[in-house]
Ligand binder design. Structure first.
Ligand SMILES: *[C@@H]1O[C@H](CO)[C@@H](O)[C@H](O)[C@H]1NC(C)=O
Ligand SMILES: *[C@@H]1O[C@H](CO)[C@@H](O)[C@H](O)[C@H]1NC(C)=O
Ligand SMILES: *[C@@H]1O[C@H](CO)[C@@H](O)[C@H](O)[C@H]1NC(C)=O
Ligand SMILES: *[C@@H]1O[C@H](CO)[C@@H](O)[C@H](O)[C@H]1NC(C)=O
Ligand SMILES: *[C@@H]1O[C@H](CO)[C@@H](O)[C@H](O)[C@H]1NC(C)=O
Ligand SMILES: *[C@@H]1O[C@H](CO)[C@@H](O)[C@H](O)[C@H]1NC(C)=O
Ligand SMILES: *[C@@H]1O[C@H](CO)[C@@H](O)[C@H](O)[C@H]1NC(C)=O
Ligand SMILES: *[C@@H]1O[C@H](CO)[C@@H](O)[C@H](O)[C@H]1NC(C)=O
Ligand SMILES: *[C@@H]1O[C@H](CO)[C@@H](O)[C@H](O)[C@H]1NC(C)=O
Ligand SMILES: *[C@@H]1O[C@H](CO)[C@@H](O)[C@H](O)[C@H]1NC(C)=O
Ligand SMILES: *[C@@H]1O[C@H](CO)[C@@H](O)[C@H](O)[C@H]1NC(C)=O
Ligand SMILES: *[C@@H]1O[C@H](CO)[C@@H](O)[C@H](O)[C@H]1NC(C)=O
Length: 809
């Protein structure tokens, strides 16, 4: 697929967009980081990444939909799949069903006559043109997407926050260009109560319907408003218009009134245009401006009119690109001695950190509030580990707005959002993972919370409700709190309204971490009793540790997280369960028949991942040597599951056993094996930016510990990397002294951290940094060596903190 290079020529039309970084000259400021972003990474083979046009965290995400079975974000980079439309709303990197994908527009260059136009999705769909290598003739960059359809129509799209602008260039042979506005075909073909209206004087199409959420039982309303304009010529009047049902457009009909609309699932409008009469502006190009709203079609029109008043395609695109450049440019890398693919991988991953959650402010259909409203938390279980800690580094203002939106949801619905999408609650994964997100914000920014309009009281109330109150339906709202409080673990045989009896061990571990996160907030608020209580509950992971279970065939790998009954007796789950080594080859996803207790990773991985108290885990496993042996086995025998979040921190766990060199090498091996800039360059789904954000951390040489002031430290892939934080107005710079490139396979190299200084002073540890480094805007210098046996250092504080060894300061 042609990407960056073709884009540069396309952008030349816009005039200067900034100078391009010279990869040869050291430390040059990268003023156009968007030029390094490859939006197509992870857009086929299950990555489900959205490659279309959006602002950072924009509501409208306009792009191409295909009939691929993996069209969760609409698009598929595999050219064998047909294009079906250009719709306005998407998520990115999600599992579940195809979400949103509402209101597809579709160009028809030439039907025999109006009534013969093929309007239904099945009959209109068509392939894209392909390039010589078989990839589709698609192009994309932050704020822009384009394709050439096999019908000869070129389609380009760009977006503001709540509106999209499409540009359809019809082939010269097209004497009767027409555009379909499909009201009913969302990603799940789930519409009910569709409404469509055409204004015969202007061609404006308004309408909406009710649709199904893709990962839960809820339904939502969505509305649109579409206006057309000739590009370079005036459309004197709309030549043809009408409403269609299925494949039957009815000329000059202006609305759909048949009562039994439920019997026909497809409906929309078809508009015909006179071809361009402007001889200097041919072939005919039509601009379609598409407003979207979750409130009403009138609001959809208002959104479009206010955000894209002049149908200015290049201006809308430029505004979006500028917003992306400002945001991405807060993280600067020195590219000297670094290959372009690594730089592309870095900025593309950073880009994907900022697609969702999406800013739906003003579009909340459920209650009125002046607070921000964010949606597409899909799911917090995926993103709490790395996405929000990355926002803490360079985008705290948007983070604060997201937190305000989450608190506002809790105040009106009772619970923090967990896996919210399309304005409704969706299925939870681990529990109440809004807790570590709010705590991450508060631990890092409590001194600025008031200035950012985040109420500490409201934040704390939201956390306590999650931690203490049993919801009506924990599968949509969070925790099985009654059981958690009574047993100090989630027993396999205690049922509560809502979810099936699944994931009990995983949920126990998640709740323990959630309570740890709350304890960190209690401490800052001087709520001493709460701090004691939640710190205690954070140790509940020990209640599902069965010291007698070993890995089959490995009597020395002893002690496992295991399911347990309310009586205290143990059930048994084979430690290989949920891994490629599972003899029963069972899956561990959201599935009522999944009764083994684990979610998206094996007992082997879960037994190695208690981020709040790794020191205790090491002790339970018999010390550093056996802990390292288990970690090695996880990698060597394929228990490491790169596609799912519980494995994300595993490569860095060697730090706690004083072997940070092994962490550095493992994390680099993960990048080299599983991440690249191809269309399938992602392991599994991107999970709403979870994968993108952890790749950024690995490439930056760090791994975050959410809701704490600590970051595990390795070495960056760049001789220098810096983070600008707008709240502190500070830039924190990492210098890798002795940097000599990145070994291709991730093995060896001059990449291991021998010693660290902060602002010229020796630092207490080679294994972690404190948050103060980022508030102060420090210079962190890392002395590199090729000796993998480096340690965390000799001071009393050299090992990263754990609850049982004194806790987190
Ligand atoms: C594209 O999809 C087809 C049909 O699923 C499949 O046979 C083919 O291998 C895919 N091509 C690529 C390059 O992934
Ligand atoms: C694409 O659509 C054409 C007809 O429009 C059809 O013949 C072809 O089978 C479709 N391809 C796929 C992969 O569905
Ligand atoms: C589509 O075709 C046009 C005209 O031939 C060309 O300029 C453009 O690069 C092609 N590709 C895309 C994605 O727009
Ligand atoms: C024809 O198109 C050109 C190029 O876009 C434009 O400058 C000119 O104003 C147009 N003429 C009319 C009569 O619309
Ligand atoms: C929000 O306020 C508007 C204007 O007062 C009102 O029409 C609408 O019903 C309110 N929405 C909700 C969900 O209460
Ligand atoms: C906080 O709220 C005040 C009053 O509504 C407003 O003036 C200010 O801009 C807000 N600040 C932020 C950072 O949102
Ligand atoms: C908590 O106590 C410390 C030490 O007395 C004090 O500095 C801080 O302001 C207190 N914080 C709150 C939120 O009361
Ligand atoms: C482990 O086995 C020993 C000996 O059979 C027994 O005493 C102990 O209670 C068992 N521990 C657990 C956690 O099951
Ligand atoms: C005990 O574990 C087995 C094996 O995972 C499982 O099939 C069974 O449902 C569990 N029993 C209960 C009551 O959870
Ligand atoms: C790119 O990454 C994907 C996903 O991890 C992997 O399957 C593929 O082999 C990699 N391709 C290259 C060329 O490294
Ligand atoms: C450029 O970065 C290197 C480290 O990569 C540093 O030693 C040097 O001082 C920097 N030069 C400038 C001009 O900032
Ligand atoms: C931010 O810091 C820069 C220098 O690093 C300074 O020029 C600027 O005035 C500061 N801005 C604010 C708002 O304090």
């Amino acid at each position: 697929m042609t990407r960056t290079f073709a884009l540069l020529s396309a952008l030349a039309l816009l005039g200067p967009v900034g100078s391009y970084a010279q990869t040869s000259s050291a430390n040059a400021t990268i003023t156009d980081p968007a030029s390094y972003v490859d939006v197509f990474i992870g857009t086929t083979n299950g990555g489900h990444v959205f490659p279309g046009a959006t602002l950072p965290h924009g509501m409208v995400k306009v792009g191409l939909d295909t009939d691929s079975p993996g069209n969760q974000a609409g698009y598929d980079a595999n050219a064998t799949f047909n294009a079906t439309g250009f719709s306005q709303l998407h998520d990115s990197g999600t599992g579940g069903g195809a979400s949103l994908s509402n209101f597809k527009l579709w160009p028809l260059p030439q039907c025999t006559s109006f009534k013969d136009c093929t309007t239904s999705l099945a009959s209109r769909k068509t392939l894209r043109k392909t390039l010589s290598d078989g990839s589709p003739d698609d192009l994309g960059s932050p704020g822009y997407f384009a394709t050439n359809l096999s019908t000869g129509v070129r389609v380009e799209v760009t977006a503001s926050r709540r509106a999209a602008l499409h540009r359809y260039t019809f082939p010269a042979s097209s004497r009767e260009p027409r555009i379909i506005v499909d009201i009913t075909n969302d990603g799940l073909n789930s519409n009910t109560e569709p409404v469509v209206k055409v204004d015969p004087s202007t061609g404006r199409v308004t309408g909406g319907a009710r649709f199904a959420a893709s990962f839960g039982p809820g339904r939502y309303n969505a509305y649109t408003c579409v206006d057309f304009k000739g590009d370079g010529y005036d459309i004197p009047s709309i030549s043809e218009y009408g409403v269609y049902i299925g494949d039957e457009p009815v000329k000059y009909s202006t609305t759909f009134t048949q009562l039994y609309s439920g019997f026909v699932s497809e409906m929309g409008a078809l508009i015909g245009f006179p071809p361009s009469s402007n001889t200097t502006h041919q072939p005919t190009t039509i601009l379609a401006r598409v407003g979207v709203s979750f409130i009403s079609s009138a609001q959809a029109c208002a959104n479009a009119e206010s955000e894209i008043p002049d149908f200015d395609f290049d201006g809308t695109w430029q505004t979006s690109r500028n917003a992306w450049n400002e945001l991405l440019g807060r993280v600067q890398v020195d590219t000297q001695g670094v290959d372009k693919e690594t730089v592309d991988l870095f900025y593309s991953s950073l880009y994907r950190t900022h697609i969702v959650p999406a800013d739906y402010t003003g579009e909340n259909p459920n209650w009125n509030s002046t607070e921000p409203y964010y949606d597409s938390f899909y799911c917090n279980w995926d993103t709490y580990r790395t996405l929000y800690p990355l926002m803490s580094l360079h985008d705290p203002e948007e983070f604060a707005r997201i937190v305000r939106g989450m608190i506002n949801i809790q105040q009106h619905e009772g619970w923090l959002p967990e896996c919210r999408g399309a304005t409704v609650q969706q299925y939870i994964q681990g529990g109440s993972n809004g807790d570590p997100i709010l705590s991450e914000f508060f631990v890092k920014f409590h001194e600025h919370a008031a200035a950012l309009n985040v109420s500490a009281d409201d934040l704390y109330t939201a956390l306590l409700v999650d931690a203490e109150d049993q919801p009506d339906d924990w599968d949509l709202q969070g925790r099985q709190t009654d059981a958690w409080k009574q047993y100090n673990f989630i027993p396999s045989d205690i049922y509560a309204a809502g979810g099936a009896a699944t994931k009990q061990v995983s949920r126990t571990l998640e709740h323990a971490f959630g309570d740890f996160a709350i304890a960190q907030v209690s401490k800052l608020l001087n709520k001493t009793d709460d701090f004691t209580k939640y710190s205690q509950r954070a140790t509940n992971f020990v209640n599902v540790w069965n010291a007698n279970i070993s890995l089959p065939g490995h009597p020395d790998i002893k002690g496992m997280m295991q399911p347990r009954f309310a009586s205290g007796q143990w059930n048994y789950t084979d430690p290989r369960h949920c891994s490629v080594n599972d003899p029963t080859q069972s899956t561990c996803y959201l599935d009522a028949t999944n009764t083994d207790g684990f979610y998206e990773s094996s007992p082997m991985v879960y037994s190695q991942y208690v981020p709040q108290d790794t020191a205790r885990l090491i002790e339970m496993q018999g010390g550093n040597e056996s802990f390292i042996k288990r970690l090695d086995l996880i990698f060597n025998d394929n228990y490491f599951d790169v596609t799912d979040e519980p494995s994300q921190q595993i490569p860095f766990m060697y730090h706690y056993a004083n072997r940070p060199g092994l962490s550095t090498q493992r994390s680099r091996e993960i990048i080299s094996r599983f991440y690249n800039t191809t269309v399938s360059g992602l392991p599994g789904n991107d999970d709403s930016g979870a994968m993108g954000s952890y790749a950024v951390f690995y490439l930056a040489g760090m791994y975050p510990l959410p809701a704490t002031r600590q970051f595990l430290l390795a070495s960056p892939y760049f001789p220098q990397i810096s983070f600008f934080n707008p709240i502190f107005n500070s830039t924190t710079t990492f210098k890798a002294n002795g940097f000599s490139g990145n070994p291709k396979d991730g093995k060896g190299g001059n990449v291991f951290v021998k010693s660290v200084t902060v602002d010229g002073q020796p630092w207490k540890s080679n294994c972690y940094l404190d948050w103060d480094v980022f508030t102060q805007g420090s210079t962190v210098e890392l002395e590199l060596t090729d000796d993998i046996t480096v340690t965390c250092g000799d001071t009393a504080d050299a090992l990263p903190p754990s609850l049982s060894t004194g806790g987190y300061s």
